[in-house]
Design a protein around this ligand. Structure first.
Ligand code: UD1
Length: 404
């Protein structure tokens, strides 16, 4: 039996959240489980649930947004190369995601995209960093954002693979934060005895974590001026894209975002948009069907440019943005509720691309899709392992055969 004191403390924690119904479920828990719940609740600020519920009713207004049409073409770089050579560029790999949609129970980062050679998505990106590091006195640093769900597995893999060829001091792994999920009634729920169901809180917390974990300061002291961000699932992503960094340096921009041309209205990509000169992304999940399919007089998609999640930022911009709160986006997913089985749950996430409207002089760099965008998303069909492999191999063959 849990002690009266423990139950009283728990009641005091649950009351401000209007979650006394959890006390009934708690009655059958072991003392250690109640302590665990107590510990978890203590981390939440009093208004968290209130803010999550509020986010459910926010309607995202997109009617004043217009398509962003001003894009640059990647050009041979001098400044990009110099910036990397002088040790001014670092990279962050976003690897908080799991491989659930791929039928893979581990971290997406560790998906063996080339199973015969046992080559994972993470290995491909880290090897690219290793390649860029060769011959440089200052090896460019890389931080991999994991999540509490996959951090251990990724750390173990990296240790086992000897840093995938990177120097120990070059590579940092840090886990992102999690947030409680809500049920359809807008309440938190237990996923197992003593544990409120949580999920990763989106990729938008990355700047704040760089700052609060001291990574920003460390990089600044080391002379870093620019930071790129790339997603783990795309083996064609370039952690150190010379042309992207070149434009960032030359244009003195806060951000250079890579983009591709949209070809299909139903592709799950956010589109670049403009409002009063500011750069935005409208996410595919929040875009009206009519807008996704809209065509201009020449039969081209009205929203022409897709976000591929590959950004280069100035350190000054990261510093300015690290404490700016980003809005929550709402996603629905199934989750396991203790004693109830699978339920429909609501996830609140922040997205990194919501920093873009704050950027001065933002630039978009338009890339051919076949050399920049091969994200692994599905078990079969489009964006499946088979397709990603084929696209990756095709790109590499064309590189080998191209005249240098
Ligand atoms: C993302 C973009 C979308 C873009 C598309 C291109 C976001 C929110 N959306 O959509 O605009 O057109 O890629 O393929 O970025 N991640 C974390 N932690 C999290 C959630 C995600 O690290 O909590 C990472 C993932 O591992 C992945 C990246 O962020 O590397 C993108 O997240 P994902 O949820 O896969 O976004 P998409 O739906 O593919």
């Amino acid at each position: 039996m849990p002690s009266q004191k423990l139950l009283k403390d728990l009641r005091a924690l649950l009351e401000p959240f209007d979650h006394l119904h959890l006390l009934q479920e708690v009655a059958s828990l072991e003392i250690e489980e109640i302590k665990q719940l107590h510990h978890q609740l203590k981390d939440y600020s009093g208004d968290l649930l209130f803010r999550q519920r509020q986010a459910l009713s926010v309607k995202r207004e997109t009617q004043d947004l217009r398509p962003w049409l001003d894009v640059s073409i990647p050009l041979p770089s001098e400044k990009g190369e110099a910036a990397i050579f002088d040790g001014k560029v670092a990279s962050v790999i976003l690897a908080g995601g799991q491989g659930t949609r791929l039928g893979w129970s581990g971290p997406k980062a560790l998906y063996p995209i080339f199973p015969e050679q046992n080559i994972t998505l993470l290995q491909i990106l880290l090897q690219k960093v290793g390649h860029v590091s060769r011959g440089k006195a200052k090896a460019p640093p890389v931080a991999v954002m994991t999540s509490p769900l996959n951090h251990q597995a990724i750390a173990k893999y990296v240790a086992h693979e000897d840093g995938c060829g990177l120097k120990q001091e070059q590579l940092i792994l840090f886990p992102q934060k999690m947030l409680p999920l809500l049920d359809e009634q807008g309440n938190w729920f237990l996923e197992k005895p003593g544990q409120i169901c949580m999920g990763p809180n989106g990729n938008g917390g990355v700047f704040n974590l760089l700052m609060t974990l001291g990574i920003f300061e460390k990089w600044k002291k080391a002379g870093i001026e620019y930071v790129t961000v790339v997603p783990i699932e795309n083996p064609l992503a370039e952690p150190f894209d010379l042309k992207q960094i070149d434009l960032l340096v030359k244009a003195k921009a806060d951000v250079v975002a890579k983009c591709i041309e949209r070809i299909q209205p139903d592709e799950k990509v956010g589109v670049f948009a403009k409002q009063e000169g500011r750069l935005h992304v409208v996410e595919y999940s929040e875009m009206a069907e009519q807008e996704k399919c809209a065509l201009d007089a020449d039969g081209r998609l009205v929203w022409p440019y897709a976000n591929i999640g590959q950004f280069a930022f100035s350190m000054d911009f990261i510093e300015r943005m690290a404490t700016v709160p980003l809005p929550w986006h709402i996603a629905r997913k199934t989750a396991n509720a203790w004693g109830k089985g699978e339920i429909s749950a609501i996830k609140c996430e922040t997205f990194l691309f919501d920093v873009l409207p704050y950027a001065k002089n933002p630039k978009l760099l338009l890339y051919p899709r076949e050399i920049s965008h091969a994200p692994l998303k599905n078990q079969s069909g489009d964006k499946s392992p088979e397709m990603v492999r084929a696209q990756y191999m095709h790109y590499h063959k064309s590189m080998i055969n191209s005249p240098s």
